[in-house]
Ligand binder design. Structure first.
Ligand code: NCD
Length: 306
């Protein structure tokens, strides 16, 4: 049985197959409309979410399956003190596959040790968010036609942003990738990723504070929200939250072919006026997120159409 805890759980070849499947689903959705009939997805969300929970549910519904779950810790037995290990043993009796989001790093890993159904990590604390990475990869591949030989700017909260951590892990496996890490000093990429992932793989990168300094050389700009819920005090968050605001004026410094991605939710880091720019790809990214999760559910359930 397969789980998805980190983007590295799939080899580059397997990822290619998964992204090809997602593209086929995009082109021929009706072919897949009954593929998961009789199957159930449980969404176990101990942390707030809009897109990740609903896109997993939409994915299963589009495949003809059904969904169940809880959307907060308060509405589950976790509030009575039940462990993740016990919850997943119970859910394994109800559902065929589950997606779990948890504020504690490693909770989905604990779940898969006690689960008899595939577990999808839908975000664990500041650690990983592999299904967002699949979404990001599909978006980049669809817009640019490739995943290699690119300069990727990652901007904002690189310290706590799990989407960035997962995306870096996934992208370093493609040739010719360079990163420009754009963050305030206090929200720099953690050492364990800088050393263990970038340095160990000889990936070229530079760190800058000003977005303006990076923009002209980027193929992709990946914006992120300052992760309010992971700060230890409100004052630090308030000081950091509007550090970057991408607006029309800054977009004028960016190449014609540079796309802007954002996992969403956006707060102030992208001005609404940028939404009409043809390079703003963050809402298209949301749509890719459904196709790629449909492909993921089929892959983990080992269901083949054709
Ligand atoms: C991200 C997350 O939860 O990490 N959101 C998402 O799943 N699309 C990013 C964020 O919350 O900032």
């Amino acid at each position: 049985m397969r789980h998805l805890l980190s983007p590295l759980d799939f080899s580059v070849e397997e990822l290619d197959t998964l992204l090809n499947l997602a593209s086929d689903i995009e082109a021929n959705p009706e072919k897949y409309a009954h593929a998961c009939e009789g199957k159930k997805l449980a969404t176990l969300f101990y942390e707030p979410s809009t897109r990740t929970r609903l896109s997993h549910e939409a994915a299963m519904l589009n495949l003809g399956g059904s969904v169940m779950g809880f959307a907060s810790e308060d509405s589950s037995s976790a509030s009575k003190g039940e462990s993740v290990a016990d919850t997943i043993r119970v859910i394994s009796c109800y559902a065929d596959i589950c997606a779990m989001r948890h504020p504690k790093e490693g909770a989905p890993m604990v779940a898969c040790m006690h689960s008899s159904i595939p577990v999808i990590n839908a975000g664990d604390g500041g650690h990983q968010h592999p299904t967002q990475t699949l979404t990001d990869l599909m978006t980049i591949r669809s817009l640019k036609g490739r995943l290699d030989h690119m300069t990727i700017g990652l901007c904002g909260d690189l310290k706590f942003g799990r989407t960035v951590h997962s995306l870096i892990h996934a992208l370093v496996r493609y040739p010719g990738i360079r990163f420009v890490l754009i963050s305030p000093e206090e929200l720099r990429l953690p050492d364990y990723i800088r050393h263990d992932v970038l340095d160990m793989n000889d990936i070229p990168y530079k760190e800058v504070v000003r977005l303006e300094d990076a923009l002209p050389e980027l193929d992709i700009l990946y914006m992120t929200r300052v992760q309010k819920e992971r700060f230890f005090n409100e004052e630090d968050y308030v000081r950091m939250k509007d550090f970057y605001i991408l607006d029309k004026e800054k977009m004028a410094m960016a190449p014609e072919e540079m796309y802007v991605l954002h996992p969403l939710p956006r707060v102030n880091e992208i001005a609404v006026e940028v939404d009409d720019d043809p390079r703003a790809a963050y809402f298209r990214q949301v749509q890719y997120g459904v196709y790629v999760r449909m492909a993921l559910i089929l892959t983990l359930l080992d269901i083949h159409v054709d």
